[in-house]
Design a protein around this ligand. Structure first.
Ligand code: 9D3
Length: 241
């Protein structure tokens, strides 16, 4: 899968993709990250990419022509085009999965300054935000999206199970994990995990997942895929608290 990133800070994208799992995915040819400097597509002598807002007001606005030219350069095939913007729909795992299915790849445009000329809307398929907080630009959000999408692609993670288990998972928080030593600063690993009784271990983990979700993220319970047994456990847990 190919990610085309349009930005005026190409190095910001490069450094993250040069390490760890994303680096390995690129080396194995599983993903391609092509960074295009929007400034290279500015037509004027000073290579400007921003200008004063019509109607006045603070800040600068990203010009539309360099963006249009850069887009034309990368959009040779029909490709899904995303503008990163604080006003976009908030990114989540479902959206990551949706983007991972775009076989022709995606074009990701990073905004900067106070915003992008409104006529960008005619050039993109959707706008995505990574949450309700203000950043200085779309570069970190693009990296967040590449990371979340790449790990869903076949072969990117070492263990195939890890990403599959999640995408088919119940929508609950994970159960707690332990490794050696069996005791650390007086805290012991739960006995059941060392019992070798896999049926009991599975039951315990499910119960822990339900309990943690109820306490840390009660908002997830409504959307979770729960069994009759799960609801019984939840009722039990509520009485215990
Ligand atoms: C003054 C109004 N601001 C919008 C709330 C203008 C503005 C501020 C910051 C426009 C762009 C930006 C830079 N942020 C992004 O480009 C961005 C972003 C973000 O700030 N938060 C969460 N997700 C994203 S995706 C792109």
């Amino acid at each position: 899968m190919r990610f085309d990133v349009l930005t005026i800070f190409p190095k910001m994208i490069g450094f993250y993709c040069a390490e760890s799992i994303i680096k390995r995915a690129i080396e194995r040819g599983l993903i391609e990250v092509e960074v295009t400097n929007i400034r290279d597509f500015s037509q004027d002598r000073h290579l400007t990419v921003d200008d004063y807002p019509f109607g006045g007001g603070p800040g600068m606005v990203m010009k539309i022509e360099p963006l249009y030219n850069a887009l034309s350069h990368v959009q040779s095939r029909q490709k899904h085009t995303v503008l990163l913007s604080p006003e976009g729909a908030v990114f989540n795992q479902a959206k990551a999965y949706e983007l991972s299915q775009k076989k022709d790849g995606v074009v990701l445009i990073c905004g900067r300054y106070e915003g992008v000329d409104e006529r960008i809307n005619g050039l993109v398929d959707e706008e995505i935000s990574i949450g309700d907080f203000i950043l200085t630009g779309g570069e970190l959000p693009v990296l967040v999206i590449i990371d979340a999408v790449a790990r869903l692609l076949p072969g990117v993670l070492g263990d195939v199970r890890s990403s599959q288990e999640e995408s088919f998972s119940s929508g609950l928080l994970d159960y707690p994990h332990f490794t050696r030593p069996a005791e650390f600063m007086g805290e012991r690993v739960p006995e059941v995990l060392m019992s070798g009784n896999h049926k009991e271990i599975t039951k315990w983990r499910r119960r822990q997942s339900l309990m943690r979700t109820m306490i840390k993220r009660p908002d997830l319970i409504d959307e979770a895929r729960l069994t009759e047994e799960d609801y019984k456990i939840l009722e039990q847990l509520k009485e215990e608290v």
